[in-house]
Design a protein around this ligand. Structure first.
Ligand code: SF4
Length: 287
């Protein structure tokens, strides 16, 4: 028997390939996680990433039948079985808060993403989870220009699904060093615009400083904050966003740059949140 807690993010804890439970301190209940990236591969390589043995690449081919079976079985266990007792969940946490596609890599890199979304939604709808609960896709947003990803997000939107869109820096060098992506800001900005038109979109931002080769990158730096605020202001002139989620690292990075990172304090997050709120945006802070 295992005890689930907000610190236990072991994706194998329930014994499934794709489905894993997380007690979410953010939402105050059970988050049902879905991981398409069982090979720990991502098209980015963020310096703070908490995926062990992260490699560059895409999610492997999905076994759709297994995904459906696991989700169906797991939801049945939570709603009608002894899942909560087995994992000794506190009574006030015995509620499904969200279905979160959050991978050990970028989930939209899976082939037939739209089909995967259809499988997830079909199983969840069939399970009749008591309202309110939320569909969430956590993504770096880099593949939103693909038609199949957009088709998946259209279906997500039909079920009021949200996308949490990663944006840790709006400088080319910051993105290169923090996210290890060469994808230009212009493309990422176009993808954020697309996301916001397809689904409810939250910008999700990790606030840190990365010290690398005598330079400092990340949103603890004043010039990066100024650029980020200007970026959001321009974005808001074209579209609407649900808001911004700011967070600091709850656990140490598992990447080689771990020692070069300084994570934001609660006070620093709050101060930055205040500046963003002045743009008229809602801001959630997690640390
Ligand atoms: S996008 Fe997410 S999974 Fe990919 S490297 Fe960054 S933090 Fe890790």
């Amino acid at each position: 028997m295992s005890k689930l807690s907000v610190k236990n993010h072991d994706r194998d804890v329930a014994g499934y390939r794709y489905v894993y439970p997380v007690i979410s301190r953010r939402s105050g209940g059970l988050s049902i996680g879905i991981n398409f990236n069982t090979n720990n591969a991502c098209n980015w390589g963020c310096v703070y990433c908490q995926v062990p043995d992260l490699t560059i690449g895409a999610a492997p081919a999905l076994d759709f039948a297994l995904l459906a079976q696991e989700l169906s079985e797991f939801l049945h266990d939570v709603l009608h079985g002894r899942f909560y007792e087995r994992f000794q969940l506190a009574p006030d946490m015995r509620v499904i808060k969200d279905i979160a596609i959050s991978g050990n890599g970028e989930p939209t890199s899976v082939k037939e993403f739209a089909k995967a979304i259809a499988v997830v939604v079909a199983q969840v709808e069939q399970a009749n989870i008591p309202e309110p609960y939320q569909y969430v896709l956590i993504s770096n947003g880099s593949l939103l220009h693909k038609a199949d990803v957009q088709a998946g997000l259209q279906l997500w939107h039909q079920h009021h699904g949200q996308i949490w869109f990663k944006l840790d820096s709006v400088s080319e060098l910051g993105r290169l060093h923090i996210n290890h992506t060469a994808m230009g800001l212009q493309q990422q900005s176009a993808n954020l615009l697309l996301a916001s038109k397809l689904c409810q979109t939250w910008v999700q931002t990790c606030v840190l400083t990365l010290a690398s080769e005598g330079q400092r990158y990340g949103l603890l730096e004043e010039q990066e904050q100024i650029a980020y605020l200007a970026f959001l202001r321009d974005m808001l002139a074209e579209t609407s966003l649900q808001g911004v989620m700011l967070y600091a690292l709850a656990r140490p990075s598992l990447q080689p740059e771990a020692q070069q990172i300084t994570s934001a304090t609660k006070a620093q997050l709050q101060a930055f949140a205040g500046r963003i709120r002045q743009l008229g945006l809602m801001v959630q802070v997690a640390c």
